[in-house]
Ligand binder design. Sequence first.
Ligand SMILES: [Zn+2]
Length: 253
Amino acid sequence: MAKIDTILQDLIIANRILAKEEVVDAYGHVSIRHPDNPKHFFLARSLAPDLVERDDIVEHGLDGQPVRDETRALYLERFIHAAIYEARPDVQAVVHAHAEDVLPFGIAQATPLRPVIHSGSFIGAHVPVWDIADKFGDTDLLVRNIDHGRDLARSLAGNNVALMRGHGFASAGRSLIEVVRISVYLPRNARALQRATQLGGEIKSLSKGEIAARAAGYSPYSSETWRAWQYWATKAGCAQLLTRPDEKHEHKH
Ligand SMILES: [Zn+2]
């Protein structure tokens, strides 16, 4: 299978996983950077992620526009992806979603969202909160153009996740598997933190050293990482789309 075919198939799997894990619903999206052209990325047309098929995936440029003639409606918020790829050459995949458990941490200022469970370590030590109103005043809160996107990307800076006040989050990863993993565990980490806060007393987050130790043991195609990807894909009913990691390594040569 050609490399692009594998990548697009992985993107379909990512869409289905995020839907099944309730990170996205009718809204929210996931993209991957073009492996041979860093100025392009792949993102579905305007469609609920669970319904995305190969023909729905559209190649976009860093201005957020499709690179070929496209008559179908596109995601309004595709500029989130474009601006993050533009600002962060290290980022290979991006997710935007409105997962409910994350929202309180973009609204309340008393408790910052920090990693508190081992699987939440990948959100990183610092999770900035981006408020569209700071620069753009009263809007409908959607990232509707590249200026909005760039302002969000500035707030994200070198972090893995930015919360979007009253709206959702954007996450960025070095691989598709990584960004899916961040996005699945982000709401779970948020739930654990919120419940712990309700229990009261001091909240103990993961230390910088613990976060670093978790990151040091990570590789996108390790058997541990693959185990989760395979599990999620099977649960989401798309195990038949999986390509084994050793097949991926062959494609790199
Ligand atoms: Zn949104």
